[in-house]
Design a protein around this ligand. Structure first.
Ligand code: NAD
Length: 331
């Protein structure tokens, strides 16, 4: 099937996906298009055979056309995005440019170059945050209405709508996935789990937004990569798939569990890291709860998450706490 184009492949999920795909399809060529923003860590891809990294902007039509005009790219998995909700509140412009204009630019180039090729695939990776906030009961399904609450989720929602429109209007073989919160190796230290581990390890206060009772469904990144592989290989063009970890926890519960494990690993008195949790004012527009109904993806693709939170956190702690394994930019 030619070359796989991975946008945002030097970021957290993208880099994990490149490693995942490389190990399962050693004969495939992988082309990574990444702007190498602050969020990227290109060292994650160093030395991987068959992987070429091109620095470029998904919102730059010429850069995108140069890659697609080579003619060998018939599958695209689109991760590239501005992804941090707090940054979208303080500076939304980059989110509109990359997440909406960038997705449009890629879709448009694929439409022109693929010219009706129904064997090609464009997988747009999105978030469950586009569906807004749930009450204490219920789950998101592929039919949930869009109700984004932050500039980040609104920009991803805009991109999802464009992806859908390109499938409906032009018959572009587009797939869309919306997943819950990922955790695991290679994540940027500004995100909740790596940030908490790093602060706890240093014995510094760990901020907890508001009452800390916001519920997230934690998905181990390797499980997510497996689900994406299945979607890319087997899902019907035009279909939408929700991917979750079947692991709902409040932020306080997650941080408490993490704190206990950090204490164990570092041989500290039990409770020492929990004492570092410190309430700070809540994030504006902070969604209360996300949860995903896994029945549809179980039925359509036979996929379920495999990694328990215990196992996933152990592997995550291995990555962040082992000095020889963590790269400088991810400390
Ligand atoms: P990340 O911020 O770690 O990585 C994003 C990557 O995209 C970086 O390498 C960055 O350099 C690159 N990038 C940014 N702007 C670009 C541009 N204009 N052109 C080319 N490359 C650009 O993000 P992530 O956590 O790996 O998320 C990947 C995708 O998954 C995103 O689309 C995000 O919305 C989605 N997602 C993430 C999560 C999560 O928990 N991390 C959950 C749901 C959905």
């Amino acid at each position: 099937m030619g070359t796989l184009l991975v946008t945002g492949g030097a970021g957290f999920i993208g880099a994990n996906f490149v490693h995942h795909w490389r190990s399962r399809h050693p004969g495939d060529r992988i082309l990574v298009l990444d702007k190498l923003t602050y969020a990227a860590d290109p060292s994650q891809l160093e030395g991987l055979p068959g992987v070429d990294l091109v620095q470029g902007d998904v919102a730059d039509p010429e850069a995108v056309r140069r890659l697609l005009d080579r003619g060998d790219v018939r599958r695209i998995i689109h991760f590239a995005a501005e992804s941090h909700v707090d940054r979208s509140i303080s500076g939304p412009a980059a989110f509109i440019q990359t997440n909406i204009v960038g997705t449009f630019t890629l879709l448009e180039a694929a439409r022109q170059v693929w010219a009706g090729d129904q064997e090609a695939r464009f997988l747009h990776v999105s978030t469950d945050e586009v569906f807004g906030s749930l009450g204490p009961e219920g789950c998101f399904t592929p039919d949930s209405p869009y109700r984004p609450n932050s500039p980040y989720s609104a920009s991803k929602a805009g991109a999802d709508h464009l992806a859908r429109a390109y499938a409906q209007t032009y018959g572009l073989p587009v797939l869309v996935t919306n997943c819950s919160n990922n955790y695991g190796p290679r994540q940027h230290p500004e995100k909740l789990v790596p940030k908490a581990i790093s602060l706890m390890a240093k014995g510094e206060p760990v901020p907890v937004y508001g009452d800390g009772l916001q519920v997230r469904d934690w998905l181990y990144v390797e499980d997510h990569c497996e689900a994406l592989s299945e979607v890319l290989a087997r899902a019907e063009p035009g279909s939408v798939h929700l991917i979750g970890g079947a692991c709902e926890r409040t932020n306080r519960e997650l941080l408490g569990t993490l704190a206990d494990r950090v204490d164990q690993r570092l041989g500290r008195t039990p409770g020492a890291s929990r004492a570092l949790l410190q309430t700070v004012p809540d994030r504006p527009g902070h969604d209360r709860r996300y949860a995903i109904d896994l029945a549809p993806i179980r039925r359509s693709l036979g996929w379920s998450p495999r990694t328990s939170l215990d196992e996933g956190l152990e592997r995550t702690l291995d990555w962040y706490l082992e000095p020889n394994r963590r790269p400088a930019s991810r400390r």
